[in-house]
Structures are given as C-alpha cells and as structure tokens.
Design a protein around this ligand. Structure first.
Ligand code: CDP
Length: 195
C-alpha cells in the first residue's frame, strides 16, 4: 500500500514548501492541488467545462501564482461540479508507490480521508502575507487583503470548506524556519511509517 500524506491549510501557510520537502525526502510524488483550481480559473469560459477538459499544458501557464489567479481559483473552487470533475485525478495520483503528498484545502477531509498522515499547516495572517508577497513580488498589504478574502471564501463555501480533519496534526509555522517546519514534518512521517 502506498503511503499518503495530506497537507491542508489556508493560503500561503507553508503547505507547498513542506509538501515538496517531504516528497523529496521520501521519494514520493507531489501534487499541488491548488494548481488545478488556479488553472481552471485562468482558463476562463465555463469553469465546469474547463475542469472537465484540464490538460497538463494548462498547469504549465506562467500566470498561475499571482494574487488574481488565486482569487479566480477560489471562485471556481466553490462550484461543486468543478470540484467533482477533479476528484478522480487527485485520488488516482494518491495511489502511486511508494507514496504521495497532496496539498490543498480538502485533501484530509474529502480527497484522501484515509491518508496515513494529515497535516494542517497554519501561520499568522501577517506572516503569510509577507511570505507570499516576497514570493510573487507583490505588495504585502494588498496580498494580506487578497489572502483574507480568499480564506473567508474557502472556509465559508458549502462544498469541501477549508477546515482541519479531526485527526490532523496542526502545525503553526509562524515562528518556525522552513528547516524546522520540515524537520518536524519529516519526524511525523517517520513515526507513522514505523508504526
Ligand atoms: O498557494 P495557496 O495556498 O495560496 O493557494 P493554492 O493552494 O494554490 O489554492 C488556490 C485556491 O484554490 C484556494 O484559495 C482554494 O480556493 C482552491 N483550492 C481548493 O479549493 N481545494 C484544494 N484542494 C486546493 C485549492
């Protein structure tokens, strides 16, 4: 059986960095599921059709990391038919040997409820805005507003809202270096794999 790691949390909390590091450390595949929703939002037209016809090329667009692409993603992500069109791809991705790391909003609650390890990564609003603004070269205060708006939309939607799974380990990265956050997560995987 492959080992599955589900990482969820609000925007720019450090999920992606931790997910990539875990995948590298354990030789697992990694899927940034946010990219799927960003690509659907960026495609324009009918979002349900866009989700049903998503191609690898759509995920390679260079404009997917911006605050605007994030807002468009969270709008299409609230549409139940968009989400259901993307479920099967994510679930089959999770079945890869020797393991897979998926990061997003509903991985531990909806996509992989049986994941071997569930992490819910958080950080203060200000820390998240500072990190994301530096990453994409945007203004920190505009980024703070965009992140808060997106978190509210993601948490309040009816289908697969952002929330920790009951058995998720909550990791607050506000005061942690990347190295410390990754070491903590690696330790958790080692414990679960040994058990
Ligand atoms: O990187 P960041 O945390 O800012 O966002 P992302 O993971 O790229 O996700 C962009 C948007 O896609 C989120 O704000 C959610 O609305 C949506 N999303 C989702 O609904 N479910 C997921 N599993 C992943 C992303």
């Amino acid at each position: 059986m492959p080992f599955t790691i589900a990482i969820d949390g609000p925007a720019a909390s450090g999920k992606g960095t931790i997910a990539r590091a875990l995948a590298r450390e354990f030789g697992f595949s990694h899927l940034d599921t946010g990219l799927l929703y960003r690509a659907v939002g960026a495609k324009g037209g009918d979002p349900v059709q866009a989700a049903q016809s998503l191609t690898p090329d759509d995920l390679r667009r260079h404009d997917l990391r911006s605050n605007e692409a994030g807002q468009a993603a969270s709008r299409v992500a609230a549409i139940p038919e968009v989400r259901s069109a993307l479920v099967e791809f994510q679930r089959s991705f999770a079945l890869q040997e020797p393991g897979a790391v998926l990061d997003g909003r509903d991985i531990g609650t909806v996509i992989c409820p049986e994941a071997d390890l569930k992490l819910y990564v958080i950080a203060s609003d200000e820390v998240r805005a500072r990190r994301r603004a530096a990453e994409i070269g945007a203004d920190p205060s505009e980024t703070l507003i965009a992140l808060r708006e997106r978190d509210a939309r993601d948490s309040e939607r009816a289908t697969a809202p952002l929330r920790p799974a009951e058995d998720a380990v909550v990791l607050d990265t506000s005061e942690l270096s990347i190295g410390d956050a990754v070491r903590f997560a690696v330790g958790l995987v080692e414990i679960r794999r040994a058990g």
